[in-house]
Design a binder for this molecule. Structure first.
Ligand code: ZN
Length: 326
């Protein structure tokens, strides 16, 4: 959930960053647990399920300068919801963050990144090519924005090996059904490339968030492999409607069901049977590293839904390995 519109500001433009802000790497994180101890807890979770590890479809890696601006924004306290504290648990250098995911046993993860203005997506995609090259367990991620040239850079991204796209309706402040995006959605649908879309109105609404514009996109591109980020919070049920209607629509669990989110955008208990029925289309997402609690809490939050080990195995591993052909 990264509204870094203000945070990323105008300085996060297309120029390549010249230095990575090592100075911003914080202390051991707010979880209080030593990495080894927390890693052991995460591994116990998937070990108990008989899984070979986890696949996390919603983790953030971005150029360091952009990442630090996102962190500063969250930690400034209450930019999204007045007074809400959002300490970044994993405010560490990139190499430490990838190492930690590996210690957790996350076999594959993504590098969710997204522009908040024109002429930025191509630059981010260039960075992501390099990140994927040096991070073999990262599912090469790309992004887009409604602007001239989008169709060609989306095609180029796929040709360069992108396996998933990320788009953020609230940060980008655009209508996902914008005409400029139409051809790009077409290319992604036709190539079967999944798109993680932050389109729900939580934690903060935007002019174009909510299910209605997404329904218009799907009416035109019913085969689009859309992954609704954050379970579509807070419009959980409306986005479940779309997943029930379109068989290529999936949802990621990112931050949903956690104590943090349940405190202000609770998932409606009456929709639990629908979660169970859609068990083959829900994918583990965490928002690592930008989360205000330890990683393992997302896993425990899924477990306490009480949907059983088979559901957890599908959500935490099998659905994503199938989707990405891992
Ligand atoms: Zn996110």
């Amino acid at each position: 959930m990264h509204d870094h519109r203000t945070a990323a500001g105008d300085s996060a433009g297309p120029a390549l960053p010249t230095a990575c802000d090592a100075a911003g790497a914080g202390p051991a994180g707010a979880s209080g647990a030593a990495p080894e101890k927390e890693a052991a807890e995460v591994r116990r979770f998937w070990g108990r399920l008989g899984l070979p590890g986890l696949v996390d479809v919603h983790t953030h890696f971005m150029p360091e300068r952009v990442m630090h601006k996102v962190w500063d924004y969250f930690e400034a306290r209450g930019p999204l919801i007045d007074g809400l504290e959002w300490p970044i648990t994993y405010r560490r250098q990139e190499a430490e963050r990838t190492a930690l995911l590996r210690q957790f046993g996350v076999r594959a993860f993504t590098a969710m990144l997204y522009p908040h203005k024109p002429d930025m997506a191509r630059w981010l995609n260039g960075w992501a090519v390099d990140f994927a090259r040096r991070t073999p367990d990262c599912l090469h991620t790309a992004t887009l924005y409604p602007e001239p040239g989008i169709e060609s850079y989306v095609r180029e991204g796929i040709e360069a090996g992108a396996r998933v796209f990320k788009a953020h309706v609230q940060v980008g402040a655009y209508d996902p059904a914008d005409e400029l995006l139409d051809r790009a959605w077409g290319v992604l649908a036709e190539t079967g490339t999944p798109v993680v879309l932050h389109c729900g109105s939580g934690p903060a609404p935007g002019e174009h968030t909510g299910p209605e514009p997404v329904a218009r996109v799907l009416a035109r591109h019913p085969k689009l492999r859309l992954v609704i980020a954050h379970m579509g919070m807070p419009e959980y049920e409306e986005f479940l409607d779309l997943a029930e209607r379109y068989e290529q629509v999936r949802l990621d669990t990112t931050m949903a069901f956690t104590d943090f989110t349940e405190g202000f955008l609770p998932f409606p208990r009456r929709a639990l049977p629908r979660l169970s029925a859609l068990g083959d289309r829900i994918l583990l997402g965490s928002d690592f590293p930008n989360i205000p609690y330890p990683y393992v809490h997302q896993l425990h939050a899924l477990e306490r839904l009480g949907l059983g080990p088979e559901w957890l195995r599908a959500v935490c591993h099998d659905n994503a390995t199938e989707l990405f052909g891992l």
